[in-house]
Write a protein that binds this ligand. Sequence first.
Ligand code: HEC
Length: 174
Amino acid sequence: MACSSPSPAGETEWPASFGYGRSATPAEISAKDIDVRPDGKGLPAGEGTVAAGKVIYAAKCAACHGKTGVEGPFDKLVAPPITKDAEGGRERKAIGNYWPYASTLYDYINRAMPFNQPGSLSADEVYSVTAYLLFANRIIGADAVLNRKSLPLVVMPAHERFVTDDRRGGREIK
Ligand code: HEC
């Protein structure tokens, strides 16, 4: 048969198609294509404010992360940037002291939170709760508005703690 694929030696030829499955539509692909890169590429339209995020946080996040983001029972979301003195200390790694890119907050919350209902927040809600958490970590002001343009411009305190591993070839220790 002209359109069949080569088969492993000794077996009958495989058909060109097994008759199930189909190509994904552009709409199906874009529904899954939600990654946001460190430079903000992939961020959707929409925007959010600290004030709106505070309300969403209280309703949808506080039960697991605490009233002010430090009480738990799950991950601490508010942590001051590590100061020189505290470096090497015991502060748990968290958004304010460890995350190098603000856009990662959007990506993570959008794909994974609330833990019991991931994917349930609108773009405006994710921008808002991201704004609230950055404000609570004292990284942006109370009147900041986040959208696909402004979020990538937020510089995280821990950014400079990371270096790009540009080693090439053999063993080189930075
Ligand atoms: C039902 C409990 C629950 C709710 C509700 C919830 N979270 Fe979480 N959250 C978790 C758990 C558990 C983890 C740790 C997940 C892991 O490590 O895989 C987590 C991790 C996180 C982290 C990563 C923290 C870090 O430094 O690694 C962020 C950010 C976060 N949640 C934000 C939110 C936001 C924003 C909301 C509300 C929209 C929310 N969460 C609602 C349980 C919850």
